[in-house]
Structures are given as C-alpha cells and as structure tokens.
Design a binder for this molecule. Structure first.
Ligand code: HEC
Ligand code: HEC
Length: 260
C-alpha cells in the first residue's frame, strides 16, 4: 500500500511540476502537496513491503513546501516567497498555526496545513529551523539617501515621539532574530516586508495578543514602511546568521507571539 501511495505521489509531483511550468492548474500541485504531507510516518513504512520504496524522510515529505519556498526552504532574494530555513523554531511553529487557524492568510498554505496536528507542526518547524544554508545576496537599494537614513534610525533607535521602540530591541542587535520566537529581518525580499507590514495595518495578519507588531505597523506611515523595507532588504545577512539566544530582560512592548 505504502509503495503504491508513494508511486502515485511521484507521478503526481511529476505531472504537477509540468503543469506548474506551464503556470496552470495550481490546485493540482496543492493537491499533490497535501498528498505528500499525508504519507504515513516511519512506523507505517517499516511494516510495508521494503522493495522500491522512496525514503520517508522529513526532507521527502517537505518537498511540498519547497515548490514555493525554494530548495530546502531557502527562497531567493528576488521573489515574494519568504525563506523559512534557519528561522527560530518557535517562530516557524507560530506561523504554521497562524496560517492553519486563519490569523495569517494564504490559501495555498492554509490548504496544506488544514488538519495537521500541533505536534506535526512542531516537527515541521524544527525541521526547517535546523537547516543551515547560505543566504542570497542583498537586494539593490531602492530608496533615496534620506529615506535610508530615516529607516536606519528607526531600526536602531526607534522614535520615542511615536512610542516606536527600536526594531533591534526585539529582533536582536544583529537583526538575525532572537530565540525562541522572534524572526530575523534580514534576507527577506523587499516586497515581502512591505506585504507583511501592510497586512498588519489592514488586519490581514495577526499574531497572538497582545499583537505588538500590529501596533508598531499601524504607527508607520507608508513612506516609513517603504524606507524600512528598502533598508532591511539591502543589508547583507551577517556571517553568523543564527538567531540570538533568548534574552532575560522584558521587551519594550508586550508581544503575545514572542514565545511559542
Ligand atoms: C502555494 C505556495 C506555498 C506552499 C506550497 C507553501 N507555502 Fe509557505 N508561504 C507561502 C507564501 C506566499 C507565504 C507568505 C504569505 C504571506 O504573505 O503572509 C508563506 C509563508 C510561510 C511561512 C511564514 C514565513 C515567515 O517568515 O513568516 C512559513 C513558516 C511557511 N510558509 C511554511 C511552509 C511550510 C512548512 C510549507 C509546507 C508544509 C509551506 N510553507 C508551503 C506559500 C507557500
Ligand atoms: C516589541 C518587540 C518588537 C519590536 C520593537 C519590533 N518587532 Fe517586529 N516582530 C516582533 C515579533 C514578536 C514578531 C513575530 C510575530 C508573529 O509571530 O507573527 C515580529 C515579526 C516581524 C515581522 C515579520 C517577519 C516575517 O518573516 O514575516 C516583520 C516584517 C517585523 N517584525 C518588522 C519589524 C520592524 C520593521 C520593526 C521596527 C520598526 C519591528 N518589527 C519592531 C516583535 C517586535
């Protein structure tokens, strides 16, 4: 049975890769992706006929994700799809539950994650978090010099007049994130950063309450969002791209999603 299911999955993936190439029938590969995630776990494979099986590793099952997120979840610096490799496990876990439970919107992701248990989502998060890959080069600067300066001040010092804490106060001095659940802000495409801050402003993206990022995003006018996204996406990711260890002192605002 397991061999049959795996063969079917491979056929599906092949035809879907073809359809994807033609940019048609997107539902087809979302279906294939769901199929991949639903393959039985290692115990089920052990009891199945051994010949002609494809290894049931997490890598194999997560191929569904790499269709959008790039090989091993590495993304690229050009498109919209965010990198997922190497992000704090608690952050990834929170996002998977956010998509599954409707706090973030993306139909492709929601279809895939529907019906997956919290325990499996934790395994998926741990899997991608442990992947250590080089980052793509930063994007070219797409803002004026004065916008870039304003963005850097906001990132490093914040703006007390608007009750905006510095981004580094929560995302880490190196902006590579802080374990267990605050993401890094470097190595993300500019369009993705604009999309996320905009989604918090319009209520399409929510984190657990109190949602500090919603308050921060709503205090940013469009020109600051554009400047921050241009500045962040044009910074190289430092050689040590790992999230910083957890910090003892409280954050400048309360964030419900700062813990997994
Ligand atoms: C249909 C394409 C598609 C597939 C397949 C897909 N994703 Fe995504 N994923 C996206 C998009 C697009 C976003 C950004 C959505 C947004 O704008 O909020 C995203 C966002 C994410 C995020 C949040 C990243 C961040 O920095 O906040 C995580 C984590 C994630 N995906 C994990 C996965 C995993 C794990 C799988 C496989 C089970 C998967 N995705 C499959 C398209 C996809
Ligand atoms: C008080 C702490 C705090 C401050 C200050 C803060 N953030 Fe965040 N930020 C968070 C937390 C917590 C998350 C994770 C939210 C979630 O789980 O969805 C986050 C997530 C994000 C994300 C989503 C990243 C992704 O991969 O999808 C962006 C973008 C972001 N912050 C930008 C900023 C910018 C720009 C600033 C400075 C103007 C800033 N943040 C300041 C706590 C903070």
């Amino acid at each position: 049975m397991a061999v049959y299911r795996c063969g079917t999955f491979n056929d599906l993936m092949l035809s879907c890769a073809h359809f994807m190439f033609l940019n048609r029938f997107r539902l087809c590969w979302v279906g294939a992706a769901i199929f991949a995630l639903c393959l039985p776990g290692p115990a089920a494979w052990a009891s199945a006929a051994p010949q002609h099986t494809v290894l049931d590793t997490m890598d194999q099952r997560m191929m569904a994700c790499t269709l959008c997120h790039g090989n091993q979840g590495r993304a690229t610096s050009s498109g919209y799809f965010p990198r997922i490799a190497g992000k704090p496990a608690g952050y990834l876990y929170n996002q998977l539950t956010h998509f599954r439970d409707g706090r973030r919107q993306n139909p492709g992701m929601a279809n895939l994650l529907d019906h997956l248990s919290d325990a499996y989502l934790r395994d998926i998060a741990a899997h991608f978090s442990a992947i250590d890959l080089p980052y793509p080069p930063p994007q070219p600067v797409q803002a004026s010099g004065s916008a870039m300066n304003r963005a850097e001040v906001l990132v490093r010092d914040g703006d007390a007049a608007r009750q905006l804490p510095a981004c580094v106060a929560c995302h880490g001095q190196a902006l590579t994130g802080v374990n267990p659940a605050v993401p890094g802000l470097l190595g993300l495409p500019r369009d993705y950063l604009i999309g996320q801050l905009g989604a918090w402003q319009t209520g399409l993206r929510h984190a657990h309450a109190p949602d500090c990022m919603a308050q921060i995003a709503k205090a940013l006018p469009p020109e600051d969002v554009a400047a921050l996204a241009a500045w962040l996406s044009s910074r190289p990711v430092p050689a040590n791209s790992k999230p910083a260890p957890p910090v003892d002192k409280p954050m400048p605002m309360r964030c419900g999603s700062a813990v997994p």
